[in-house]
Design a protein around this ligand. Structure first.
Ligand code: FES
Length: 178
């Protein structure tokens, strides 16, 4: 071996040191990146809310004293992975007294999701898209809707009425929350 040439031992020690430094660098990078990654992806691991779990104020009880359905729009804060939108309309409901009980029904037609209207002259609900007719209690009278109008949970809080708004699968005979 000529003088000044690296010996095999020195060469393997150098390679070993380089590999060790690489592994150590990767570990340090992993340790520092983990909290940042966790923070960035936190919204994705947080349940999304759209106000559907909460009862949403719908108006004063006095508004709904008659048996004629009153349409109310429901507003809630919408939160998704990175956004929070304050007080957006999440849906509407028909509210009325029926057989001495306050009831609320979704305006979304169970057939294909059009907005259900109230025909004051005929005294029934109607979906204009494919002519489904519903009686005052929400039952299907005629038309392609596979089930009656979807009832929503309603409660009174003092003088106020609050509704738990939910959406349901369309085109099914059974009422399945989505
Ligand atoms: S969407 Fe209502 S009848 Fe078709």
């Amino acid at each position: 071996m000529a003088q000044g040439e690296p010996r095999d031992e020195d060469e393997s020690r150098r390679k070993f040191m380089l590999a060790g430094a690489g592994v150590l660098g990767a570990c340090v990078a992993g340790i520092t990146a983990a909290p940042a990654l966790s923070m960035l992806t936190h919204p994705l691991r947080t349940p999304t809310t759209s106000g559907s779990d909460a009862f949403i104020p719908a108006g004063k009880l006095a508004q709904f004293e008659g048996t004629v359905p009153i349409k109310v729009d429901l507003y809630a804060d919408k939160v998704d992975a990175w956004n929070r939108v304050v007080q957006v309309k999440i849906g509407s409901a028909w509210v009325m007294q029926h057989e001495d009980k306050l009831v609320a029904m979704s305006t979304v037609c169970p057939h294909l999701g059009c907005a259900i209207d109230f025909d004051a002259e005929g005294g029934k609900f109607v979906c204009p898209c494919h002519d489904s007719y519903f009686s005052l209690d929400g039952a299907v009278e005629t038309g392609p809707s596979p089930r009656g109008m979807d009832a929503l949970e309603v409660q009174t809080q003092g003088e106020l009425v609050a509704i738990r708004y939910q959406r349901f699968r369309q085109g099914t005979e059974t009422k399945e929350p989505v």
